[in-house]
Design a protein around this ligand. Structure first.
Ligand code: PBG
Length: 329
């Protein structure tokens, strides 16, 4: 006897496939990472991230207007800080006229309704390329957290809607929340990089910001004492739960594709919105393969983004955001 159930019926043509499709990407799923540099008229392509650019403030203004027109309503800002402004404590991060603070104001002036999230970590400001302060060969936790809390207040005062701590220090969400409350910044949200793994996929990003750990005696050569071990699953839940208990509004898992099991696991455990960061190395891999003609860029990109959403992401931070929205038509 033929099977009563023929699963292929629901795949017969586009119309039925659309009708039963479970996951649909929309422009409002995306958070667009943007790299900002000092200067004027600058739009520099990042060598290991083809078609992705560092922008000076004037070009940042143009870019966010274009994003808004496309229906992309949220940006995540990163800054490339000149070497002469870097030190071990990331002092420049607290400059109320610093590049990040100016970038926040530029976006808000150009596009007042654009949701602005800012990266909070010391690495772009650190002369040693670490997310925290280095002391006696170690990245020290509590002193770093104090700077992160001040940095968050500074971003919020400049107009950031959300701060996004990407440093993985312990206890930083609570300290940031308290610092914001103390200043009356009760509406500033926190998107915590909760399960951030020590990943080799961040290479191109560190090129973009020139922020890799420096090769020096008494400076940790990698970020493994604070970012998570890629072998661990339960720890991701502990980290995420702790951040929620400390006051995180949104939690993030990072990188994306290799960690979709973690995304699903956390989706099943927690009720807050989940963001997934499809990181620079993931972007670079596809661009390189497509350039060689080995993969079809657009189809692979959409398959990856859909997979991230299907795994449980409510928000996708991706360098492909514009490309994807263009394909959505
Ligand atoms: C640093 C930070 C990194 C990324 C976001 N924030 C790099 C790192 O931890 O070394 C990576 C993003 C990407 O690779 O796209 N706090």
């Amino acid at each position: 006897m033929y099977p009563l159930r023929r699963n292929r019926r629901l795949r017969t043509n586009d119309a039925i496939r659309h009708l039963v499709r479970e996951t649909i990407l929309t422009p409002s799923d995306f958070l667009v990472p943007l790299f900002v540099v000092e200067g004027k008229g600058i739009k520099e392509e990042i060598a290991s991230m083809p078609d992705y650019y560092r922008l000076s403030l004037d070009n940042l203004e143009k870019e966010v207007k274009e994003l808004w027109q496309m229906g992309l309503c949220a940006v995540l800002l990163f800054v490339k800080v000149p070497d002469n402004l870097k030190d071990n404590k990331g002092t420049e991060a607290l400059n109320s006229n610093g590049l990040m603070q100016l970038a926040i104001k530029t976006v808000k002036n150009a596009c007042p309704e654009m949701l602005v999230m800012t990266d909070v970590a010391l690495d772009p400001y650190s002369s040693l390329g670490h997310d925290g302060i280095v002391q006696d060969g170690e990245v020290i936790n509590d002193d770093t957290v104090e700077v992160l809390a001040e940095m968050s207040v500074s971003h919020a005062m400049a107009g950031a809607d959300f701060v996004a701590p990407s440093d993985m220090m312990d206890g930083r969400i609570l300290s940031i929340r308290e610092a914001l409350e103390d200043e009356g910044l009760v509406n500033t949200g926190i998107m915590s990089y909760s399960a951030k793994y020590a990943s080799a996929f961040y290479g191109p990003f560190r090129d973009a910001l020139d922020s890799a750990p420096v090769d020096m005696k008494n400076v940790p050569k990698d970020k493994k004492t604070y970012q998570m071990d890629s072998a661990n699953r339960f720890e991701a839940i502990t980290e995420t739960q702790a951040d929620i208990d400390e006051g995180a509004d949104i939690v993030m898992i990072k990188p994306g594709l290799c960690y979709l099991d973690i995304v699903r696991e956390i989706r099943n455990e927690v009720d807050v919105p989940i963001a997934v960061y499809q990181v620079s190395g993931e972007y670079a891999m596809l661009k390189a393969a497509a350039e060689k003609g080995w993969l079809d860029h657009d189809s692979v990109m959409m398959e990856q983004l859909i997979s991230i959403k299907r795994a449980g992401a409510n928000i996708i931070a991706s360098y492909f955001a514009k490309d994807a929205v263009k394909l959505m038509g």
